[in-house]
Design a protein around this ligand. Structure first.
Ligand code: AMP
Ligand code: ZN
Length: 109
């Protein structure tokens, strides 16, 4: 399957992973929208949040975030999951954005 995030997860594309375990990887966003902006993805391909087949997947993703945050020494951050084109999803492999290092407004644009 021609999926850029699958290629990052299975290392077909070299990229600097900031976290990896059996199920999840995290890496810096190519086009950061904050001083710290990384993505956490499941290694298994799911097109979007609508596609997940088990609540375990989201637990695996979200439970890594505080571990990475601690490593990066950040305590406050914005997490975002865009689902579908109109919500801003451009890469159709489930991912959670984690952004930090500036103030964020609400509601998101
Ligand atoms: P979304 O718009 O929610 O689908 O987010 C996709 C994100 O992936 C965007 O913030 C892009 O900057 C980022 N992105 C796309 N390609 C890559 C890549 N090869 N490495 C890291 N981040 C990427
Ligand atoms: Zn994929």
């Amino acid at each position: 399957m021609d999926c850029i995030f699958c290629k990052i997860a299975n290392k077909e594309i070299p990229s600097e992973l900031i976290y990896e375990d059996d199920n999840v990887v995290a890496f810096n966003d190519l086009s950061p929208q904050a001083p710290i902006h990384f993505l956490v993805i499941p290694k298994k391909h799911y097109e979007s949040l609508n596609d997940i087949d088990s609540q375990v997947v989201f637990g695996q993703i979200f439970s890594t975030i505080p571990k990475i945050a601690e490593k990066l020494n950040i305590k406050e951050y914005r997490t975002v999951v865009n689902t579908g084109k109109s919500a801003g999803q451009t890469v159709f492999h489930l991912h959670v954005h984690v952004m930090s290092g500036r103030n964020f407004t609400w509601p998101a644009g």
